[in-house]
Ligand binder design. Structure first.
Ligand code: HEM
Length: 185
């Protein structure tokens, strides 16, 4: 039986659910963002923007919940035999991912606010705009949103590459402890 909370050797069901739900959501938001900006004007483009923004705001709420959950739980440490620079690299990537998970939706929220566009999350909740209407601010936020996308691509490549290296080359439990139901080897 899997535990909801983390233990000193593995991530609990709560952290795993947040991790994989957000992984799926972020991949979808990135793909949608890429496709929608390259689409010609029309109903489909409009609808994809609406889904992208709703998903993005949902991810902002989830990352805040995730930070609270992390703070309320112990975190399983990296294996002691891991070289210091690798430990540093892994923790650096994790910090960068939290920063990106916050700043990516926030910059998107600023783009939308600066355009003074109404924001309704999946047709359920109306969200107020953050900033006054401003073309200059919108352009800046848009540049930052795009730059953060490339930042995400870079850090995710390292994060996923690292996880696969641990699983298939070093053959340790790092990936397994973020997967449901498998006991450590
Ligand atoms: C984790 C969350 C998010 C991810 C991964 C993400 C990703 C992306 C990507 C890859 C693009 C295409 C960038 C480009 O080519 O310029 C984009 C564009 C855009 N996103 Fe997001 N986004 C997120 C959250 C949000 C949120 C919460 C909003 C608004 C409430 C938003 C609003 C926009 C808008 C308006 C654009 C069009 C770009 C522009 O006008 O410059 N995004 N997003």
């Amino acid at each position: 039986m899997m535990q909801i909370r983390n233990s000193s050797s593995r991530w609990g069901a709560g952290a795993q659910l947040l991790h994989w739900l957000m992984a799926l959501g972020i991949a979808t938001a990135m793909g949608l963002g890429w496709v929608m900006v390259n689409l010609p004007m029309g109903a489909l483009k409009f609808q994809l923007y609406a889904v992208h923004k709703s998903l993005g705001i949902t991810l902002l709420a989830l990352v805040m919940l995730r930070l609270v959950w992390r703070w309320l739980n112990t975190t399983p440490p990296l294996p002691g035999q891991l070289p210091r620079h690798e430990r540093w690299l892994a923790h650096g990537a994790h910090r960068a991912l939290y920063a990106l998970m916050l700043l990516m939706p926030l910059s998107g929220y600023v783009i939308n606010s600066a355009a003074n566009f109404p924001l309704n999350v999946f047709g359920l909740v109306q969200i107020p705009n953050l900033t006054p209407e401003s073309e200059a601010l919108g352009e800046w936020a848009s540049r930052i949103h795009l730059a953060l996308f490339w930042g995400f691509v870079l850090v995710l490549a390292g994060h996923i590459g690292g996880a696969l290296r641990h699983h298939f080359i070093l053959r340790d439990d790092i990936l397994r402890r973020m997967l449901p139901g498998r006991s450590p080897r």
